[in-house]
Design a protein around this ligand. Structure first.
Ligand code: PGA
Ligand code: ZN
Length: 434
């Protein structure tokens, strides 16, 4: 790629899917190519994440406004980036990291940096004349090929994403056995509809959580698992690792007590007791993947979890890794998990996100590309998932515009690029529960 110049960039404060402020960024290159990005925002954020800049105690939006982050882009960042010549996305991302000057991107805001980085990536893809995923494919190792990911539909929401009392945050259905992207999306939507019918029939609430999944009052995670299996069968599909599997994100940092124990329903458990409970769940239900099964600072617990279940269940690090290549490198050395959740705004630039993916790929860790609980209609992560070839994406329920935007983008890529394979790459499927 030859040199480029950014002639214009600007950010605006917009709303995310929870009605909280976030940013959109528009950017134009001297050659006329343009890029846009909408910045996502988490609720169950790990302490190691790059920091979103919010206005604080200003009275607007209860302090959650992002005018300071908008100001970072329209002020300092634009001043540095506009009208210079740049050679690559990586060079621009590095310049922004240095301009920020903090370890956690808190001065200019990770929300500002990631917005510029994503918009610039789109503009560069536009300039090359291909689609975003084709442009991103250039950043993966040579032996990694693009593929359409298995969508992980979060159909039951709990934790900090819903007002119910379910401790586990996400119960996802993953059509691992689907033959194509369109079949996987159809299965997800059919199970979602069957789950709705079943909840209504049982007289349970059918209100939704932040990621579009239902948020009923279920006492124990096993109740939710039984309900999911029933809904999969109601929809005429087969629960199992070769049919419709289940993935969990308990987000365990959120239900860890100050004394180090975990509270699930009425039970209080040590790390090893919770691991035994996960083991029992994987015996009884078709769980193929567990994300953040233990809290981000429970390193001994994570090692034990990996030793006990790592050969048969995918163990994904989200809060514990924070898409941070330095943290993931250490975790791999320490035997923590066997897969990483990948969220661009957790680390704050596209370049570092791609580095985290490449690191996992060269060290044999699986990756799952992820949305945030606060989203916009930006579908960047759909292309990122295809380009990475990781075979897995989570973007919430098959409902609500901001979740559907990603799945619809995948349906379009699948339709226009019929040569792309679908599903998990070779070796990603572990032996699993049943
Ligand atoms: P968040 O949740 O976007 O609220 O952090 C998603 C997750 O925990 O995976
Ligand atoms: Zn998570």
């Amino acid at each position: 790629m030859s040199k480029f110049a950014i002639i214009n960039m600007s950010a605006v404060e917009i709303l995310d899917s929870r009605g909280r402020p976030t940013l959109s960024v528009h950017l134009t290159l001297a050659n006329g190519a343009t890029g846009w990005a909408g910045v996502p925002s988490g609720a169950s954020t790990g302490s190691r994440e790059a920091v979103e800049l919010r206005d604080g105690d200003s009275g607007r939006y209860g302090g959650a406004g992002v005018l300071r982050a908008v100001g970072s882009i329209n002020g300092e960042i634009a001043l540095m980036l506009e009208h210079c010549t740049w050679i690559s996305l990586a060079e621009v991302d590095q310049a922004m990291i240095e301009l920020d000057g903090t370890r956690d991107k808190s001065r200019l805001g990770a929300n500002a940096l990631v917005g510029v980085s994503m918009a610039l990536t789109r503009a560069l893809a536009h300039w090359e004349g291909g689609s975003l995923y084709e442009y991103l494919t250039a950043f993966t190792p040579h032996d990694v090929h693009p593929r359409l990911p298995v969508p992980h539909f979060n159909v039951l929401n709990g934790g900090v994403h819903a007002d119910n009392a379910m401790d586990f945050q996400e119960f996802m259905i993953a059509p691992l056995g689907a033959a194509s992207m369109s079949e996987a999306v159809r299965i997800g939507a059919e199970v979602y509809a069957a789950l709705h019918r079943r909840l209504a029939k049982e007289g349970r609430v059918t209100s939704l959580g932040d990621e579009g999944g239902f948020a009923p009052q279920l006492a124990d995670p096993e109740d939710a698992l039984a309900l999911l299996v029933a809904a999969i069968e109601d929809a005429g599909h087969t629960p199992g690792l070769h049919g419709v599997a289940i993935a969990l994100d308990p987000a365990a940092s959120r239900f860890r007590e100050p004394d180090g124990s975990y509270r699930v329903g009425d039970a209080r458990m040590s790390s090893s007791e919770l691991i035994k409970r996960y083991a029992a769940m994987t015996e009884e239900y078709p769980i193929w993947s567990i994300e953040d099964g233990l809290a981000e600072d429970d390193e001994d617990g994570w090692r034990l979890l990996t030793k006990e279940l790592g050969d048969r269940v995918q163990l994904v690090g989200d809060d514990v890794f924070a898409t941070n290549p330095a943290i993931i490198r250490l975790a791999i050395e320490h035997g923590i998990g066997n897969a990483a959740l990948i969220k661009p705004n957790q680390i704050g630039t596209v370049t570092e996100t791609l580095q985290a993916i490449s690191l996992c790929q060269t060290r044999g860790y699986a990756q799952m590309i992820s949305h945030r609980s606060g989203e916009t209609h930006d579908d960047f992560i759909a292309d990122l998932a295809v380009a990475s070839g990781c075979g897995q994406l989570k973007s919430g329920a098959p409902a609500r515009g901001e979740r559907i935007a990603k799945y619809n983008r995948l349906l379009e890529i699948a339709a226009y690029r019929p040569h792309l394979p679908f599903g998990l790459p070779e070796g990603a499927r572990r032996t699993g529960g049943i």
